[in-house]
Design a protein around this ligand. Sequence first.
Ligand code: SF4
Length: 365
Amino acid sequence: MLAFREFVLKVHQRCNLACDYCYVYELADQSWRDRPAAMGRHVWQATAQRIRDHVQRHGLDRVDVILHGGEPLLAGRSALISLITDIRAAVPQARFRTQTNGALLTAGMLAALAAQQVRIGVSLDGPPSQHDRHRRHRDGRGSHLLADRALRLLAGHPAYAGILCTIDPASDPVDVYESLLTYRPPMIDLLLPHANWATPPAAGHAEWLIAVFDRWYDAPRRETRVRLFEELINLVLGGASRSDQVGLSPVAVAVIESDGAIEQVDSLKSAYPGAAATGLTVFDHDFDAAAAHPGVLARQSGRAALAELCQSCPVRDICGGGHYAHRWRPGGDFRNPSVYCAELRRLIDHITSRVAADLSASGCR
Ligand code: SF4
């Protein structure tokens, strides 16, 4: 059994936006409707004790606590500070970060979170015309102005973790990438939209990613880090990944819902209702019980969890079958190639050939 090293706390279940690709609100699982909007103190205090026990039992020197939602900043400044204070008192090894849509990231909120050493990432999908196609308020208004304001506050700030961008293959890839660069992000996370064999994605993701890869790779100086590309280069060179998008590294993430339920990673909710559930709670179970759950174990078994086609695939150890949620096929299970299989293969082949050409030019083999 592998210990959890990352704990995602659903500090607020609701969102002030209604992005059309959101796996929490717009896709298969609607369980958020039955949970309290905000995580109560009794929930985060019970969570803190469970994390402390887990850290002690497994001798962990560090764990990451992610303040998540919905939109986590809807929880409000005082609840967030109180939660962080309580968890840090129980688990001094905890490091905190949050992922926000930026709408509520005022100067005051930023100062309060930064004072607690919380690292902050903002979701942005590109320039206004692109971002506002998908990331909208319920009444249809775009949200780019709000994300822009948040990112202007963050640019150059030590609390700035980076930008998370969900790919739209209909957009201009270099235009999107360069618009993100204007906010000087230390890291960009490019995410494939959640899809599976029941709801397949649009075509064109590989071409989109290859165009951005070439723009990033060929820049005369490194303008930012792009996690997916760095992970793939590392895997091409024979290293291990720390990503759940590619590679065979086990996933060591537990999610705690606002009512104290312990769940598997949230993205599984894009497959079918209840896909992330474990039936466990922080009140009645420790995290070792969650780590022994069959769904969690399946995500830690690397090659053994792969479909037959993936087992014999020449890029198996680099691709790792892709994101687990993207493997689901109705009436079956997750033992399938990713629905992005062909796109992943094209991207991996491209990066492999670029890296090989560089190694060969520099005399390495
Ligand atoms: S490229 Fe396709 S077949 Fe190969 S490991 Fe990835 S998902 Fe499986």
